[in-house]
Write a protein that binds this ligand. Structure first.
Ligand SMILES: [Zn+2]
Length: 132
């Protein structure tokens, strides 16, 4: 059900932006989802297609995955981590329990497993295209 609440929130903010930009019709909405966010893009896309109305009637929804940025708490090094490089079981474990990441990932500079996820969770609107 999480995806449905998210779809509603996305449509609400997309509508606000469309109103600010005085769009009569929205043709494309690009959404970015942090790769550690627990969202299933197909479900989100389905929810959006079921809920869209008014100015979104002919809108396409693009859902992109955003890479994660990690930052070491010991030495301060920040690095991008591609979770797709992990094997499937590990990636899945991290997807459901992001804290598990600390078992598998270490700082590339000092080797510490103590890092924070700076970017990787969250859902945001990247772009809205439409006609005035
Ligand atoms: Zn470090």
């Amino acid at each position: 059900m999480h995806e449905w609440a998210l779809a509603e929130a996305i449509l609400t903010s997309a509508k606000q932006i469309a109103e600010q930009e005085k769009l009569k019709e929205v043709t494309e909405v690009t959404i970015k989802v942090g790769e550690l966010q627990q969202v299933e893009p197909p479900i989100l896309r389905f929810a959006l297609s079921q809920m869209k109305s008014d100015i979104f009637k002919s809108a396409k929804f693009r859902i992109l995955k955003a890479k994660s940025t990690l930052k070491c708490r010991v030495c301060g090094t920040a690095w991008q981590f591609n979770f797709k490089k992990l094997d499937k079981a590990t990636a899945e474990a991290i997807h459901f329990v992001p804290e598990v990441a600390h078992t598998y990932i270490k700082c590339p500079k000092c080797g510490s497993p103590d890092f924070e996820i700076v970017c990787g969770r969250g859902v945001w609107l990247q772009d809205i295209k439409g006609a005035k």
